[in-house]
Design a protein around this ligand. Structure first.
Ligand SMILES: Cc1cc2nc3c(=O)[nH]c(=O)nc-3n(C[C@H](O)[C@H](O)[C@H](O)COP(=O)(O)OP(=O)(O)OC[C@H]3O[C@@H](n4cnc5c(N)ncnc54)[C@H](O)[C@@H]3O)c2cc1C
Length: 431
């Protein structure tokens, strides 16, 4: 027995194959364990590039990686596609949405976050969120379909199809706004000869005083300038109060007719029923520095859904990919070493911030690394290089590189399929 209590031959079940769960499964690929990775999707998703799917720049398959393919050759790691709805810690079991059970000796919860509408049902029903590959495809479908609808719309209804409101001026909102602005400038006017794209408004609403509020003063100012230069309407200290599917009402009293509101203003942890309330804080599992959920035996949490206090981060870590990946690496190595030496002292986790970055458009990015802050062209190349390096599989790196190079050279993209429209819901208005 190691000080983690995991011994050779044990069954380790990981719920969630995001950055943390996938990294852990890959670290344990040669361990003398039986590892079951469970996810409600059949693929790992590279969330930082969702906005490129939503704006038709990348194809979904290039940032999605089927788990069964990743573990094709592994005898240790097996995959189950299931939505886990309940943990039964006393019985060491988890329940699926189809009432099936999976038993475990050790359970790792790495379920990440979901979109947080802060309890506002109207907003959750009418706004788009961008937390899965499918939701990103839905945004692309709906935005492209809006222009088809605009052509048929009555004059008084046209503007609503031409206003996109994006809520949240963090990296996701900023990157999405920039991507739509590039579509507006370079692509859409070539496709839709009958539409006046000077009337296409991309409106970014941010509650605080700045876009990219978590970055330095310099990056905040640069991101706003880039966006405004690209004709994005930036409204700071502005909150979306209500949206009924036709009109967005802001806290300033302004009313914007719009058929498309994208919510990028917050996330909350994907807690699963079954553990006591005192095991969580603000929808995150409270873990010690070995990622063990406090007060529960044999259950760990990793990544966005874990809340860990450390000397450098006494209020918990930011919910970013680097924390998820490195917590998983730390836990994985602790398990591997514990299996070899039962007296091994597991290493406590600490996060060392590697920086932040966001891209707004061609040659327009901001990058803050521990030793340097950059903006403009060099920052843009660094952003592209680092994202390309993080993408799984050589094939996908090549596909993405080719797509980016193609867009760079031609100022165009060929990914403009509208793949699904429910015509019953989308009654075409004849003008
Ligand atoms: C649009 C967007 C852009 C982002 N950009 C950046 C960025 O540029 N840089 C950065 O560092 N971070 C970024 N992030 C944050 C980053 O993606 C997260 O911090 C990271 O994904 C957390 O990893 P995780 O493994 O904890 O969770 P996730 O990667 O979210 O993975 C959770 C997994 O659990 C699965 N799951 C959830 N619930 C269940 C269940 N009940 N049963 C079965 N499976 C379940 C999900 O399907 C998913 O595969 C971005 C996030 C979003 C949404």
């Amino acid at each position: 027995m190691s000080n983690l209590g995991i011994k050779k031959g044990d069954k380790v079940v990981i719920i969630g194959g995001g950055f943390a769960g996938l990294q852990l499964a890959r670290t344990l690929i040669k361990a003398d364990l039986k590892v079951i990775l469970v996810d409600k999707q059949n693929h790992h998703q590279f969330q930082p590039l969702f906005y490129q799917i939503a704006s038709g720049r990348l194809e979904p398959s290039s940032i999605s990686f089927p788990f069964r393919k990743i573990f094709q050759k592994s005898k240790t790691v097996d995959f189950r596609m299931a939505d886990i709805t309940q943990i039964l810690p006393a019985e060491k079991k988890i329940m699926t949405a189809y009432d099936r059970t999976i038993t475990y000796d050790h359970l790792i919860i790495a379920t990440g976050c979901r979109t947080n509408f802060f309890g506002n049902k109207e907003l959750s029903e009418n706004c788009f969120s961008m937390k899965t590959t499918q939701e990103s495809i839905d945004i692309r479908n709906k935005i492209l379909f809006s222009f088809e609808k605009e052509i048929f719309a009555r004059p008084e209804e046209k503007q609503a199809w031409m206003n996109i409101v994006i809520v949240g001026g963090g990296p996701t909102g900023v990157e999405l706004s920039g991507a739509f602005a590039e579509l507006k400038k370079n692509v859409l006017p070539k496709d839709y000869h009958n539409i006046d794209f000077s009337k296409f408004n991309i409106i970014l609403c941010e509650g605080s005083k700045n876009t990219l509020n978590n970055m330095s003063e310099e990056s905040r100012a640069a991101s706003r300038k880039y966006l405004e230069d690209m004709s994005v309407i930036v409204k700071t200290e502005t909150i979306l109060v209500s949206y009924d599917g036709n009109e967005a009402v802001l806290n300033t009293g302004e009313r914007i007719p719009t058929k498309n509101v994208i919510w990028a203003a917050g996330v909350t942890g994907n807690i699963i029923n079954g553990l006591a309330e005192e095991n969580t804080i603000r929808n995150r599992y409270i873990v010690d520095r070995l990622n063990r959920i406090k007060g529960v035996d044999n259950i760990y949490a990793l990544g966005d859904v874990a809340y860990m206090e450390t000397p450098l981060y006494p209020k918990g870590h930011p919910q970013v990919a680097n924390v998820a990946i490195n917590q998983a690496k730390n836990l994985g190595l602790n398990i591997l070493k514990s299996l070899k030496d039962e007296n091994y002292e597991a290493v406590h986790y600490e996060y060392h911030d590697l920086g932040m970055m966001a891209t707004i458009g061609k040659h327009k990015a901001v990058v803050e690394l521990p030793f340097i802050k950059l903006k403009g062209v060099i920052a843009w190349y660094i952003w592209m290089f680092l994202h390309l390096m993080l993408i799984l599989s050589v094939r996908n790196k090549i596909v993405i590189f080719f797509n980016w190079a193609w867009s760079y050279l031609t100022k165009d993209t060929s990914l403009r399929l509208i793949t699904y429209i429910d015509y019953k819901k989308e009654k075409v208005i004849n003008s």
